[in-house]
Design a protein around this ligand. Sequence first.
Ligand code: ADP
Length: 373
Amino acid sequence: MKIGILGGGQLGRMLLQSAANYVVETWVLENDSECPSAHLCHHFIKGDITDFDTVYAFGKNLDAITIEIEAVNVDALEKLESEGVKVYPRPAAIRIIKNKITQKEFYKAHSIPSPDFVVTHKAAELMQHLAFLPAVHKIGQGGYDGKGVQVLNEKGDLGKAFDAPSVLEKKVNIRKEIAIIVAMNNEGEPVLFPPVEMVVDPVLNLLDHQVSPALLPETVLWKIEAIAIRLVKELKSPGLFAVELFVDKDDEVWVNETAPRVHNSGHHTIEANYSSQFDMLWRIMLGYPPGNPDPILPSAIVNLVGADGHSGPARYEGLEEVLKMDNVFVHLYGKKITKPGRKMGHVTILHKDYADLTYKAHRIRNLLRITAE
Ligand code: ADP
């Protein structure tokens, strides 16, 4: 089978690592020939994943195609699908998710609990929705890693609001941020990974570390699982989906957003679960039975991001110390250049004791610094 990946970042890289277990010819399309995936695939094609002709030419001789990012040319994927190329997830699902406005409308139309919202087209319109504050303002298209999201607590915050089509969403009183990965096979049968708790850095608005399986009351876990399965079934597409949710202070569960692809919140599954999210996606695309998503041990992930004030060729300070630790797995994405806040790798920690996971997560964050040479 010839299978292509649109995008050659770190997610593509981990997907390719897992492909080595199967007989599959891998193709990658990406603009940057020094990207993390370039040297791990069988065929690297340099090109723009948002351009119709480039994506169509890349896909037309493949058996199947998947994505590692939503910002792809969906029209080309639709044409490829109509000509018999299998696309994971289906282009219709990518189209819904790609824009936060259509994504939120989809939740509403299917009674998936998600914070109440209004759609705005320009910053000036926000003045009509003061009663909606405190709220979270999210740019419709193009935001990622918290960069298209701003908290608007009061009228005085409106001056800094994005001036673009957006959703203005009720601010949730968050107790926990959870992500759960659902694998959906070609027959529409879902397989659920255990949920993970994401601990967010309030300053960077970026994931600080995460723990899996999340510690949750059983009734909350059931709600999360039921909502995630229903949501993915409504998308009517095989593939792998990461559903991000909030558990509020009253233990109500709200969908934040969905990623229709392998996801950062599933990196730990490489070592911590019998079948990883990457293995699971290959099994789906190759038409094999699903793997076992159960955890082998509880785990934590620390994201490795470029240190403040450092831009240039990357240097990994403290790497030896971290590599000496038991049941700690370092993943470096091979990006040549570091920048403040740039995702450069992650570290997975396994331990039966959650206190040990948190202790090691903090220790690793203090030990390992990514600076410029
Ligand atoms: P991105 O797609 O850029 O990751 P998210 O929609 O996940 O953006 O939002 C980033 C963060 O902002 C979330 O992890 C959460 O901490 C906060 N956030 C988003 N929506 C809400 C909300 N409705 N209420 C409270 N906090 C929110």
